[in-house]
Design a protein around this ligand. Sequence first.
Ligand SMILES: Cc1ncc(COP(=O)(O)O)c(C=O)c1O
Length: 394
Amino acid sequence: MQWEFESSEAVKRLPDQFFANLTKRVAKLEADGHNVINLGQGNPDLPIDNQVVEKLQQAAQKPVNDQYPPFGGHNYFREAVADFYKREYDVDLDPDTEVAVMIGSKIGLFEVCQCMLNPHDTVLLPNPGYPDYLSGVSFVNADPSFMPLLEENEFLPDYTKLNEEVLDRAKMMFLNYPNNPTAAVASEDFFEETVEVAKKHNVFVVHDFAYGAMGFDGVKQPSFLSTPGAKDIGIELYTMSKTFNMAGWRVAFAVGNASVIQKINLLQNHLFTSLYGAIQEAATEALSGSVDHFIQELVATYEKRRNVFVNSLRDIGWDVKAPKGTFFAWFKVPKQYTSSEFAELLLEKAHVIVADGSGFGTLGEGYVRMGLLDTEERLQEAAERIGKLDIAFD
Ligand SMILES: Cc1ncc(COP(=O)(O)O)c(C=O)c1O
């Protein structure tokens, strides 16, 4: 019989992976032969531009890419990141000191906690927010303090309502716009206020820009680093998972404050020897501007899906607000249900999977998150299935 070993205290502190259970239930429904419409997760459903795949195929033929890549990634890839930021956001970056490449941004969120936080340091986190912020924070035994994202404040934290003492104590803050799960976007003014607050209270800002390309109705979300002074006090994480549909490739980067980028690179030198060289070559191609038409079409596709879905839900009497960015929608559940009851009802009776809003924090209660990650027809069908449940939506 195998012995049972005890976890480290750090592993014991890790929160439950809220969506792991949902994934199992979806698999069970599908195995039972049900036609499930899964809008619960954030896995892009469309492929990357073929040009990038071809680049990967060519690069995979090169023996140099069979070898360990250089620590910190190839120069050409970090330069491509700097060029991309200049072209897209007019942000100047030094590829040697202000860019860290990483195996997806999920690991980056964890790493920045490892690099910056000691036990019982205070960290400001959005509520509701992407659950993985809490993973890195719990692992290092830092103390989260939650910033409410309320609908009446466009799902932005209201710094004037945060406790001054907590702000003074806080060492780091996570922000994320366009926002998962609320689909809100942030203005330049909000970022300016963030820089001001961060400097006043000596708080380091980590802006998670996972959905940077995804603004609707002609709105382009500015980079946090476009804000004057942002690089003095922050970094931004940019993943290629969403903009380029490369979620399975695991490629992202952190950019900004050189002192922190250096710490991330140092930690990574102990954990990894960077990404597979062929992926770095293909990612360089994706960032070069040659697939910009693809990104525009992708955002237009999500916007069309959003319009179809929102209209179909309004047709069945559910008065939902149209999301402004990301590929998610954040909808208020009818009053007679909790988020989890409503999500359960849709799962059991309509085989439509949605994410229970309370999984994103206490202030996610009363909402569900739905991904625009299926075809217009399937989104319409999801609305029709929900319509057949005779729910009172007022
Ligand atoms: C807000 C946010 N940040 C970070 C990530 C992690 O992305 P990746 O690890 O694919 O770079 C996700 C993925 O869903 C996300 O929604």
